[in-house]
Design a protein around this ligand. Structure first.
Ligand code: PEP
Length: 247
């Protein structure tokens, strides 16, 4: 029995101005029309509050969070600040932050723990680089990232894992369905080793160049419990077919 509802989460990255709020309203309308699938959207920090105002209850989250509650960290945003705005989740460990801000799996662990302390749900990202895949190390890298970043007490109610091969993000390239199945099975096994039975309920999303055209096939792969979507989440026209494919 599949105990995991599919989750389709959008990551707007550094895109979106107030003029784009109608897209969020349209995405939220599609989420309401497809009650069999969970939908969430992570716009930039600047749009979290106005997005909540038009989202009609669709969860709105952040793309990152600091691991401290407050302090001398210029330009950073803490979990209590996100909660104060009404956000209910955050992404941590995204590969763009690992690459651009040199974040490590340990950083992702600390950020996930901070989010959890304040009641936020967490989408924890992992995934290999192209060089790591070419060297045959994809499985080992994903296992090691999970080992180092999975927060204590990880449970399905608040923790979702996202497998996002870095080379597939924003490139239009995706692994084969067999490759996705293989990494998701390995990730599930790693979760089982770390949290026991709770691993059966923890969702594992696939992310990396998901579109309306490939979502149906990817979402049908064993152990794929949804998608984390970047570029194709920016407009309702592109995102809604992915939501519908998951429903
Ligand atoms: C992402 O940002 O998490 C992502 C998967 O991006 P894209 O869908 O554009 O590849």
């Amino acid at each position: 029995m599949d105990m995991r509802r599919k989750l389709v989460a959008g990551n707007w990255k550094m895109h979106g101005l107030k003029g784009d709020l109608p897209e969020i309203a349209a995405i939220a309308a599609a989420a309401r029309a497809n009650p069999g699938v969970d939908v969430a959207l992570c716009p930039p920090f600047t749009l979290i509050e106005p997005a909540i105002a038009v989202a009609g209850g669709m969860p709105i989250g952040a793309q990152d969070v600091h691991d401290a509650d407050k302090g001398a960290h210029t330009g950073c945003i803490s979990a209590p600040m996100l909660v104060d705005l009404g956000a209910t989740l955050t992404i941590v460990g995204h590969s763009e932050r690992r690459a651009d801000q040199h974040e490590t799996s340990h950083d992702a662990w600390a950020k996930a723990a901070a989010a959890r302390r304040h009641g936020l749900r967490v989408i924890l990202c992992c995934g290999e680089t192209e060089a790591e895949r070419d060297a045959g190390r994809a499985e080992r890298i994903v296992q090691s990232q999970i080992e180092k970043s999975l927060p204590d007490g990880a449970a399905p109610e608040w923790l979702t894992l996202a497998y996002e091969p870095r080379w597939a993000i924003g490139t239009g390239r995706t692994p084969t369905l067999d490759e996705i199945a293989s990494i998701h099975a390995i990730a599930r096994a790693k979760l089982r080793m770390m949290v026991g039975d709770a691993a059966r309920g923890i969702r594992i999303l696939y992310g990396g160049s998901v579109t309306g055209a490939n979502a149906g096939a990817i979402l049908a792969v064993d152990d794929v419990d949804g998608a984390l979507v970047g570029g194709a989440s920016l407009t309702a026209e592109k995102f809604v077919p992915i939501i519908e494919a998951a429903a």
